[in-house]
Each structure stands twice: as structure tokens, then as C-alpha cells.
Design a protein around this ligand. Structure first.
Ligand SMILES: [Zn+2]
Length: 853
């Protein structure tokens, strides 16, 4: 296949010596490098990746010395072609290049970040973000993952600044101009996208040691006190992965660095992991369980990559899905061990559900697809890569058995360390460990878009399972089938039994006893990436046994049952009134994830319910929550487990935001008064719920108070909490102020797109938000990081209003988002489905509430 974006295969780099000197006063940098290359075939030119750099000089040294004759720049393919004065024979050479560039605010390549200290003095930082293809913006390089090399990096900087890179410092020199040059040790053999260097006024945490590897948390000055939790996480996870992978961490130090401006969540630069501040720095006593889980997740995810991704790397960007899916899966696994109370695999239900949601669209894509351009690679960083990919790996692991799976992973890493792989290489190692047809099974999940729904019905002494593709709307791919690992549990009065099988055809009949007091559950443990639809008889039996006090279905199984049912409503297989009817079976629910799912379904209905029935809907919802409130209360007790704290917070959200319940709102007001007096006296989960309820109901005074709390927050979590709360206020002047704020200097460009995305979810003013986005489209695209535009537009997925929907579609038809067009097309399809869903279900809601009255 001829891909014009690819470099010559016959020139192979093995070592880079890179020197970089940033000028943080004038926002520029200069550099020089010497790349050791092997030329395998006679050539007149060398093509190398470079974009946005000024090339000042190039020469080829070694046995001969050659100067360049001409340099051709190809902006589209982000390369330069260096022509030399004579032919280059096969052999080993050094390619020496002098270059310079600008430090900008694009949050990619070598870029500029900044922060203000307590005295309001601004400090600048030079930092890097190279994945997928932005190393070429910092130094000319063979910027393809398969060109692995060793890197020797030196940086020149002011004496008062600190520099961090992938390896430990080898030596430090004071230069004649008073500056210092820091020389770092050689890295392991690795891909260009994993190189990192960071310069600024940083400070380090204390050092933790795991198996002789020093680990440190690095943050800007003044934030060291927020690094304890991350250090504990990193310690736990490095040890966990040393054991799981059976290979010791291949580096000689590990730094985790909080960068004030950062386009994604975190980045697995080898030995030098970078994070946005809110995902690393935290005051543990003032953070919610979900914030702490998220931080642990991200740290585990990045450390998992040190082996899977960094030590063994995909050959080309089509393999990035496996890299990310695997790290997502491993992180969930590791965090489940880090804090078993969180029941991380139950929480994963939400992530799987989000992946199902995208994968139910016509505009979905297979997990793996052909990647040609950098934009194609950018498009891969989405839910289908992380969440669907992670789910499918979990399903495979549970089917093969955890130990055999681990064994296969160990083999894979051992064989391929310091080199590159295709997806099939992992399947091959797993097949060797398990003797199962892994590759064939996985092909149906990796190369086909979408996923199956299994219809389950009872026949005489048997269970009938039928698979067909699940879509929100009728599809053209109706004949697709999957190889589906299935786990079934049969419950009788006194007994439970498990049955495992692989469905390979359209349907399968399984001999299982059936009688009125026996019921069967499909997708036991909830690990399968498929939806289940039970026949009415079977469903009735399961619902009767649903009560958590009966101990029949686990938390994740109740979650899946409800989530599968809701998806049938979204696809119009069932009508929304039946969901409301069946809610009675969840009246004694005690798991926060299941309750949060119920809240999210009710919130969706709340967005489009006809004014005439709005009060009925509120009182119906209030009845549901009040029963739970009687049992649990809002107030926190000393002995509350994490789960109970989260459950109570969910109740506050449900009653406050869906039912506008006055007692709850008053409770929140009191709680916030306590917070004003001393923030430490309010339990964090309840506080987060309270802020959400108050922002939905607050006046301008409260708005200004929240705005100030955002601007003067003492932890990154408080900062995010108060910032995003500004999107929910109902007063139009406040709302417009939030919109304008998002384009001002007061909101970092790493956060602003998400704030704007959140304003699209405002119940009352979503159309004002859309008009603002349309009007400022050019500014938004100019100012915000490229990868954040499709994420900003995620907000349109919650809109059900026909008129706004039309406006959005017309606009997005004429304004493309090349770095994430697939994702945007998915948002638009979801928008269409919402509108249809609303029109279809209004009459059923009417029917339900006439009866309910
Ligand atoms: Zn990752």
C-alpha cells in the first residue's frame, strides 16, 4: 500500500542526540540534533517529518561529509525532503540538523503553558505533547512509531528553573552566559511520540521507591502539598504492573508531572508522564469518590502503558486502539485491586454503556480501521477505542480465564519488548496460552462495527438465544454475526448453576430446565459486550427477584438489566411508559451506580416532557426517591462507606435536580452555609451534589459567589466543580456571562471547550448556547486545542428540541471538523434519534401520567 504520509523504509534511525534551548521571554526555541541513521538503499535524498520549524542547516556526516543542496517542504504531509549534492551509498551516517521554532499555545508539539503564583505573578513553562504526530513540531524526526530509537536529550535553561525528561539527569553544566545545561541519560529504545521535555518553575514531592525505581510527583511551585494521593497511587500501580506483566519496569525513574495547560487527560511519555492538574493533584479529604477514582484510573492507565505501548508499541496508528483499550482495561483491573470498596467493575457499567450508545448508531465504526493521515489517527482517540475496546478485552479475559489471559500477555511482552507489533501478535500469544481460537473470535469484534443483542426466550426445557445486530434505527447490516462468549446463571428456589458457551451462529438452543420457579440470567457478571432482551415471561420472573435484599442479581447485573431495557426504549423496541412502570421493582435499590443510571434516564425524560405532565412527572419521581430517602437520609454518618456516601449524594441530585424538591433545596442551602463557614466540615460527595442542585436553582448572588470560588479555588477539584456549575444557572444574564467567560483569559483553553459543551446541556438555554457557538465558531477553532472541538460538540447529544436540532445540523454540514468528523457525525445522528424518540414517546408519557393521576 502506498501511503504518501509514510517515510522511506530504507532509512532507519537508531539514536538521536537532541539539544534544545527555549527562550521563555520571547516564546521561541532553538535546537540542534544529530541522528544516527542507517541508509539501506542508495538515495539522493532523505525525507523526514517536520512541520512549523525553521530549518537552519543540515549536513550528513560519517565516513563522508555532505551538505544539502535543496530542502523541499511538504506542508500537507508534514515532511521535508533534504536533497544532497551527491548520492548517498548504503551505510551508517549522522544526520545533523539545526532548527528553531515558536512556542505557542496550541497545547501540542513543544508549547507554552503558564500559571500565576500566589502573588499573581505569571510564570511560563515550556512543555511537550507529541502523541500522535507532533514530535515533528519540536524537532525534525522519523515520526512513525515503528522507527524506535534511543534518545539523548540536553536542555539549556535559566538557573532557577527545573527540567524533566524521560531519563534521569546525567550531568549539569553551568554555561558562560550564566545559564545551565542539563544532560539526561540515554532513554530506552522507543518511539518518537513518547519523548518529552518540560522546563519551568516546578517542585518535587518526596520520593517513593518501588523495586529500586524512584517515583516523584512534580507540580508548579506552591502545589506540592496536593501530591500525596498520586504518589500512593503510583507506588501501588508500579508494583502491581511489575507483578502482572512479569517484567520489571524498564526505566530507571518515574516522574508524574502536573502541567497547568494540557489538551488531554494525561500522556504516557516514557518515565515522564504528564497530566492535567485536576487528574494528579488532589486534597484527598476534600474530593469525591468519583474524583479519587478518576485520578487513580488515569495514573494506573498511564503506568500500564509503560509496558503496553511504550516497551511494546504498535507498528502503525491503526493499532492505537489496542494500546488504549488495553491500558483502559488494565487500569480498571488495577484500580479494582487498589480500592475494592469502589467495585470498579460495577462502575465500568457506565463506561460500557457509553460505548454501546455510540456503537448503536449507523455512524459507528469498527474498532480497528485503516489509518492513513494524522487526522485518521486523531479520530481513533474516542469512546470506541477506549471504552468499547476495553470492554471487549474484559469479555475476552473473562472467557479465557484471568490466569491464562495474564500468561498470554506476559508472553507477548517478553517476545516483543523494545519492538513493534500488529494486533494479531497479541491474539497469537493468547492462543498459545489457552488453545482457544482467539484471533477468529476477536475478528468479529474488532473488524465489524456495532454489537449484537441477544433475544432470550424459554421453550420447553430449553432456552433459546438469538443474536442480531442492535441499532437505534433499522440498519443495512442486518446479517452481521459475532462469536459471543456467553455466561448464563439458572436460579431455582434453593440452587444456582452457571453455564458457559460460545454462540457462533444466528441462534442457539440450550437444554436447561424451565419451570415457573426457575429463572435464567444471561450475561452473568455483566462483562459481555452485548445487549440482552428477555421475553416478557422471563423478564417478569427476573423482575420479581430483583430486590437487592434477595441477593440474586449482583449490582452490575441489575445495572445491565436496566441499561439494556433502556436501550430497547431508545430504539423504540419498547415504550417509555413501561420503563416508568418497571421502576417499582427498583424501589429498594441500594447501589449508587444503579441509582445514578435511574437518575440519568429520568433526567432524559425530564428534558422533553410536555409542560402539562411536568408536575405529574416530578411527583412520580419524588415518590420514587422519597422511599429511598426514608431509608437512607441525606445526612452523613461517621460509619458511612464510600458507597453509602455516593448513594446519598445521588439522592440529593435526584430530588434536587429532577423533582425540584423544596426540602432538598433547603437542605442544600444549609449544607452550603456550613461550607461557607468551614469547607472542611462538608462531606465532599454531598458537597458536589449540593453545588449541582444549587446552581440549577441559584440567583445572581450565588452565581457571583461560585464564580469567585472558581477563580480563587485551593484545589483543582474545587476549581472544576465551581467552573462547570456556572453552566447550569437559569438566569439568562448569568448564563450569557458563562458563555463569554469561556472565551476569556479567565478560563484555560484546556477547560473552556468542556465548559461550552456543558452549556449545551442547560435545560433552558441550550439554544442560546448553540447560537453563541455558531457565532464564535472561528474563534473557538482558533483558540482551543484541535482535539477538543469534537468533545465540545458532545453537548448536542442531550438536545431533543427539533428547531435547535435543525439549526445545528445545517451549521455542521457547512463547517467540518476534519480531526474528528466521525465523532461529530455520531453526535448529529444521536441528535436525530433524540428528536424522534421524543416525538414517538410523548403519547406514551401522556398515557402513563393520565393513569398515574
Ligand atoms: Zn492511554
Amino acid at each position: 500500500m502506498n501511503n504518501e504520509f509514510r517515510l522511506q523504509k530504507s532509512i532507519v534511525p537508531s539514536h538521536y542526540s537532541i539539544f534544545i534551548e527555549p527562550d521563555l521571554t520571547n516564546d521561541t526555541f532553538s535546537g540542534s540534533e544529530k541522528i544516527s541513521i542507517s541508509v539501506l538503499k542508495k538515495t539522493e535524498f532523505i525525507k523526514i517529518n517536520s512541520i512549523g520549524l525553521i530549518i537552519e542547516n543540515v549536513k550528513l556526516t560519517g565516513n563522508i561529509e555532505l551538505n544539502f543542496s535543496k530542502i523541499e517542504e511538504d506542508k500537507k504531509h508534514e515532511t521535508i525532503t533534504i536533497h544532497f549534492k551527491s548520492q548517498i551509498d548504503p551505510g551508517c551516517y549522522n544526520l545533523e540538523i539545526k532548527f528553531s521554532g515558536n512556542l505557542d499555545n496550541s497545547l501540542r508539539g513543544f508549547y507554552l503553558s503558564s500559571y500565576k503564583d500566589n502573588e499573581d505573578v505569571e510564570h511560563k513553562i515550556g512543555t511537550t505533547q507529541f502523541e500522535s504526530t507532533d514530535a515533528r513540531r519540536a524537532f525534525p524526526c522519523f515520526d512513525e512509531p515503528e522507527f524506535k530509537a534511543v534518545f539523548s536529550i540536553s536542555l539549556k535553561l535559566d538557573q532557577n528553573l527545573m527540567a524533566i525528561s524521560n531519563s534521569p539527569i546525567e550531568s549539569e553544566l553551568t554555561d558562560s552566559d550564566g545559564k545551565k545545561t542539563i544532560i539526561f541519560k540515554e532513554t530506552i529504545k522507543m518511539s518518537t511520540y513518547l519523548v518529552a521535555f518540560i522546563i519551568g518553575p516546578f517542585e518535587e514531592s518526596e520520593t517513593a521507591i518501588v523495586n529500586k525505581i524512584p517515583i516523584k510527583i512534580v507540580s508548579v511551585k506552591g502545589k506540592k502539598h496536593l501530591s500525596k494521593y498520586a504518589l500512593n497511587c503510583a507506588k501501588f500501580f508500579l508494583d502491581y504492573f511489575n507483578n502482572y506483566y512479569g517484567i520489571n519496569y524498564p526505566g530507571s525513574k518515574l516522574d508524574l508531572i502536573a502541567v497547568p495547560d494540557f489538551a488531554s487527560g494525561a500522556m504516557e511519555n516514557f518515565g515522564c508522564i504528564t497530566f492535567r492538574e485536576s487528574l494528579l493533584l488532589v486534597d484527598e479529604t476534600r474530593a469525591t469518590e468519583s474524583e479519587l477514582t478518576r485520578i487513580a484510573d488515569v495514573i494506573a492507565h498511564e503506568i500500564a502503558h509503560m509496558w503496553f505501548g511504550d516497551l511494546v508499541t504498535m507498528k502503525w496508528w491503526n493499532g492505537i486502539w489496542l494500546n488504549e483499550a488495553f491500558a483502559t482495561f488494565m487500569a480498571t483491573k488495577a484500580v479494582d485491586k487498589f480500592n475494592p470498596d469502589w467495585e470498579r467493575w460495577v462502575q465500568f457499567g457506565f463506561e460500557r454503556s457509553a460505548a454501546f450508545d455510540v456503537d448503536s448508531l449507523e455512524e459507528t465504526r469498527p474498532i480497528e480501521y485503516e489509518v492513513i493521515s494524522p487526522d485518521d489517527a486523531s479520530g481513533m482517540f474516542d469512546l470506541l477505542t477506549y471504552e468499547k475496546g476495553g470492554s471487549v478485552l474484559r469479555m475476552l479475559e473473562q472467557y479465557l480465564g484471568e490466569e491464562s489471559f495474564q500468561d498470554g500477555v506476559k508472553k507477548y511482552l517478553k517476545i516483543h519488548q523494545y519492538s513493534n507489533t500488529d494486533t494479531e501478535d497479541l491474539w497469537e500469544s493468547l492462543e498459545k496460552s489457552t488453545n482457544e481460537p482467539v484471533e477468529k473470535t476477536m475478528e468479529s469484534w474488532i473488524f465489524q462495527p456495532g454489537f449484537p443483542q441477544i433475544k432470550v426466550s424459554e421453550e420447553k426445557d430449553s432456552l433459546k438465544l438469538e443474536q442480531s445486530i442492535f441499532k437505534y434505527e433499522k440498519t443495512s447490516n442486518e446479517n452481521q454475526i459475532w462469536k459471543i462468549p456467553i455466561v448464563i446463571k439458572s436460579f431455582s428456589e434453593s440452587d444456582e448453576s452457571i453455564y458457559k458457551t460460545l454462540i457462533e451462529d444466528n441462534n442457539k438452543i440450550i437444554e436447561l430446565n424451565s419451570s415457573p420457579d426457575i429463572f435464567h440470567l444471561v450475561n452473568v457478571g455483566g462483562d459481555g459486550f452485548y445487549r440482552v432482551q428477555y421475553s416478557n415471561d422471563l423478564l417478569a420472573k427476573i423482575l420479581k427477584n430483583l430486590n437487592p435484599e434477595k441477593n440474586k442479581l449482583s449490582n452490575i447485573e441489575r445495572f445491565c438489566l436496566l441499561d439494556d431495557y433502556w436501550s430497547d426504549i431508545l430504539s423504540s423496541n419498547k415504550t417509555v411508559d413501561t420503563f416508568l412502570e418497571n421502576l417499582q421493582f427498583f424501589k429498594d435499590e441500594n447501589d449508587p451506580e444503579v441509582l445514578n443510571l435511574i437518575i440519568s434516564c429520568l433526567s432524559f425524560i425530564d428534558r422533553f416532557i410536555d409542560k402539562n405532565y411536568s408536575n405529574n412527572f416530578k411527583s412520580f419521581s419524588k415518590d420514587y426517591f422519597s422511599h429511598l430517602l426514608k431509608k437512607h437520609g441525606f445526612k452523613n454518618n461517621k460509619n458511612d462507606t464510600n458507597k453509602i456516601k455516593e448513594f446519598k449524594a445521588a439522592l440529593i441530585r435526584g430530588l434536587g435536580n429532577i423533582c425540584d424538591d423544596e426540602k432538598t433545596i433547603n437542605y442544600c442551602k444549609e449544607l452550603f452555609e456550613t461550607y461557607r463557614k468551614n469547607p472542611k466540615n462538608v462531606e465532599a460527595n454531598s458537597l458536589a451534589a449540593t453545588i449541582s442542585v444549587l446552581s440549577n436553582n441559584g440567583d445572581s448572588n450565588l452565581y457571583n459567589e461560585f464564580l469567585n470560588l472558581y477563580l480563587n479555588s485551593s484545589t483543582p477539584q474545587d476549581e472544576m466543580r465551581f467552573l462547570f456549575a456556572l453552566s447550569s444557572f437559569q438566569n439568562i444574564d448569568n448564563f450569557i456571562n458563562t458563555l463569554e467567560l469561556s472565551l476569556s483569559e479567565k478560563v484555560r483553553t484546556q477547560n473552556a471547550p468542556y465548559l461550552l459543551g456543558q452549556t449545551l446541556r442547560n435545560k433552558k438555554h441550550f439554544s442560546v448556547s448553540w447560537n453563541f457557538i455558531e457565532k464564535n465558531w472561528d474563534i473557538i477553532n482558533d483558540k482551543f486545542p484541535e482535539n477538543s472541538i469534537p468533545r465540545l460538540l458532545t453537548g448536542i447529544r442531550s438536545i431533543t428540541d427539533e428547531e435547535t436540532s435543525k439549526k445545528i445540523k445545517t451549521f455542521l454540514k457547512n463547517n467540518k471538523v476534519p480531526q474528528g468528523q466521525k465523532t461529530v457525525d455520531q453526535h448529529i445522528e444521536k441528535l436525530n434519534i433524540n428528536v424522534k424518540f421524543r416525538n414517538f414517546n410523548l403519547k406514551y408519557l401522556e398515557k402513563f401520567f393520565l393513569k398515574y393521576n
